[in-house]
Ligand binder design. Sequence first.
Ligand SMILES: C[S@@+](CC[C@H](N)C(=O)[O-])C[C@H]1O[C@@H](n2cnc3c(N)ncnc32)[C@H](O)[C@@H]1O
Length: 333
Amino acid sequence: MTQAGQLLAAGISAQGPILFSRFMDVALYDPEHGYYRRARREQGADPFGVHGDFYTATQLQPVFGRLIAAQCAQWRRQLGAGDEFHVVEWGAGRGEMAEHLQAFQYCAVDVDGGTPPAEFEGVVFCNELFDALPVDAVRVRRGEARMMRVDHHNGRFVWIEGEPLTGPWLPYATKLSARVAELREEEEVWLELPVHLQSLLERMTQPLTRGFVLAIDYGYTEREIIRFPRGTLMAYRRHQALDDVLLNPGEQDITAHVPFTHLEHCAQSLGLVTAPLCSLTQLLMSAGEHDQFAAALEASDEASSLQLRMQLKSLLFGLGETFRCLVMERRRE
Ligand SMILES: C[S@@+](CC[C@H](N)C(=O)[O-])C[C@H]1O[C@@H](n2cnc3c(N)ncnc32)[C@H](O)[C@@H]1O
C-alpha cells in the first residue's frame, strides 16, 4: 500500500469511514506523502509533462505565458494602472509562468509557500487550481441525498453510503440531481460538493482592491450537469484517465470538474462582477488579436518558430476548446 494509503487506513481504523474531501486532502496534500507534496521533493515524482501524469496549458510555454501576459497588459491599460500592477498566481505548480509575467509585480502562491501582498491592484490568476480542490461526494437515490464515505476493507479503499445530507449543501445537491433526473432516467446520481471553493476564492480575492480574477479550468455549468450522472471525479496516472479515484492514494492525481455556475455565485457573493463564461480559445484569441499573435510567436530561428506555431494550434484548437475561463472583476467602491 502507498504511504498516504497507510495513513488513511490508520485514520479509518481509528475513527471510522471518512468523507471523500478528507481522503482527497491526504492523497493530494499530506505534507509528507501527498501527491503534489511528494512531487516537489522526490526525483521522478513530478506529475507534470511528458514523464509525468498530465499536461496543463501552462506546459505549453512560451506561447501560453506570452498570451496570458498580453491579457494582463490589456487589463493594466484598461485600468490606467502603472508599475505597481500585481499578478498573483494561485496554484502556480512548477512556476512556469514566472518568466512571462516579469513585466508585472509577480507572486506565485502554492500549498508550500508564496505570500500575496496584503493589498494590491492587478490580476489574480489560476490555471487548473479549482479542479484540484478536495470535494465531498454525494449519491442521490429516489430523491434522498446521502454522503458517500470511504472505508478500508481487505487492503482496499471502498465507497460506503454514509449519513443523509443535511445543512446548506442539501438545496445545492437537490437542485442539481433533480436536473439530471428530469432529463435522464437515472436510478442514482453522483455529485460532488465543492466544499472549499468559496473559502479559497475569498482568500485569493480579499487583498484585491481593484482588478481582475482569471480562472481557467475544465468544468460544467448548472445546465450541463446532465452530462455527468456519475459525477466528475477522475484520477490521472501516466496520461491515462482512471475512474477509480480510491486506488493508490498519493500516487495518482484526483480531480473534480469545476462547477462554474457555483463559482459565479461565490464570486458574486464576494462582491465581484462576473463576465460571461468563455472558452480558453476565445480568451487567447482576444489576447493575441491586437498584433495577430506576432509577440506570442516571436522566435529566433525556423525550428523554434514551427514549435511555437504548433503550441498556438494546440492551445487554440485542442485544450482551448475544453478549457473555460471565468473573468471576475473587482471594481472600486
Ligand atoms: C493541477 S495543478 C496546476 C498547476 C499549474 N497551475 C499548471 O497549470 O500547471 C494544481 C496546483 O494547485 C495547487 N493548490 C491546490 N490547492 C491549493 C491552495 N489551497 N492554495 C494554493 N495552491 C493550491 C497544487 O499544489 C498544484 O500545484
